[in-house]
Design a protein around this ligand. Structure first.
Ligand code: PBG
Length: 342
């Protein structure tokens, strides 16, 4: 091997000196855990995780979701206990999804002041006041047809729906929610919700907008959990085409213009490019949702012994942060927080 083989051609007489092997050895900083941790660029923290929870009617209910082992539908009394445990792990907040007593065409359970979520929020703010309670704002868990809005001539009616979403957010605010998170993908909903909140004295309540939410098959297990699959058709007329990246930037820009305080990309792992680009383009806080299907895939493969659950959990969450997410909504929140503590 000739002496000059590994010499950079730029080494003589140039200001930019790029020297390669054997001067550079990347492995030097990978030798020990102390070195690796010193130069680690991305850190996971319990304080940047949000735990999604499902609330159902009844008392004493802790009903495991078959496709999401370790996740449950909780009645309000059990939910408060669970949330104390979540808070004790250093997780700053939860996001709540409701399974109502009954569903109807206009999703009235979503904006009923005595609805499942509204009652759950009141109970939580009493029993675990320091835990941040985020409310998902959407109609799909509450409509009998399973779509995220009200229907007119067989289509989801955008402008009628955003009125109901504003009512939903307002009842959540009145119940004590710390943040509202519209996940419906209707046009103009952030502006409508912001106006409704401001008008009623909730100018300080932040909006976390599901801005770039794709029409994804990764939501499958969630729909089983919430019994919210559309009874006909699909969500492609309102959720985004997974083929589109530029459109995601436009959706995010529009939501920021309308008053979103935090924007979100969903799902997470299939959208790392979107997260990364959004991080570069926008200066508002950026969230990512590691959704049900992402969780279930890992849980199922780990159950079979095909992958290492803990390592894959850490690797995926780290990748999502590295791509640009400030915080992550994840069904792994408790497990990750427990791991990060030791
Ligand atoms: C709509 C909503 C959904 C999810 C969050 N909010 C379902 C959907 O759009 O079909 C999915 C979250 C997940 O899969 O974990 N209310």
């Amino acid at each position: 091997m000739s002496d000059g083989l590994f010499r950079s051609p730029f080494i003589h007489g140039l200001r930019t000196v790029i020297v390669s092997f054997p001067v550079h050895r990347s492995r030097r900083l990978r030798r020990t855990e102390a070195l690796r941790s010193l130069v680690r660029e991305t850190a996971l923290r319990a304080s940047s995780l949000i735990y999604p929870l499902f609330v159902c009617p009844g008392r004493g209910v802790q009903d495991e979701i078959a496709s999401m082992p370790g996740n449950f539908r909780w009645s309000i009394d059990r939910l408060t206990e669970e949330c104390k445990a979540v808070h004790d792990l250093g997780i700053p907040g939860v996001i709540l999804f409701g399974i109502p007593e009954s569903k109807d065409a206009c999703g009235s359970g979503a904006y009923d002041p005595e609805g499942i979520i509204q009652r759950a929020v009141r109970a939580l703010k009493q029993s675990v006041p320091d835990l941040m309670v985020i409310c998902d704002v959407c109609l799909d868990e509450y409509t009998d047809h399973g779509h995220c809005g009200v229907l007119k001539n067989g289509e989801v009616d955008n402008d009628a729906t955003i009125e109901l979403l504003a009512r939903t957010a307002l009842t959540q605010a009145e119940s004590g929610a710390d943040m509202v998170a519209p996940s419906d993908m209707m046009d103009g909903r952030v502006a409508r919700i912001r106006a409704a909140l401001d008008e009623r004295g909730y100018a300080n309540l932040p909006i976390l907008a599901y801005s770039a939410k794709y029409a994804s098959a990764f939501y499958g297990p969630f729909r089983e959990a919430a019994d919210s699959s559309p009874r006909f058709g699909d969500r492609k007329s309102y959720q985004m085409d997974p083929a589109n990246q530029r459109e995601a930037m436009r959706e995010i820009a529009l939501d920021i213009e309308e008053g979103a305080d935090i924007v979100m990309v969903k799902p997470a792992l299939p959208c790392l490019d979107v997260l990364s680009l959004a991080r570069q383009r926008f200066d508002v806080p950026l969230a990512a949702y590691q959704v049900s299907g992402e969780f279930s895939m890992i849980a199922a493969a780990a159950q079979r012994g095909w992958i290492d659950r803990q390592q894959i959990m850490t690797e995926t969450l780290t990748a999502i942060k590295r791509a640009g997410a400030d915080f992550i909504l994840t069904y792994f929140a408790k497990e990750a927080a427990r791991l990060l503590r030791c």
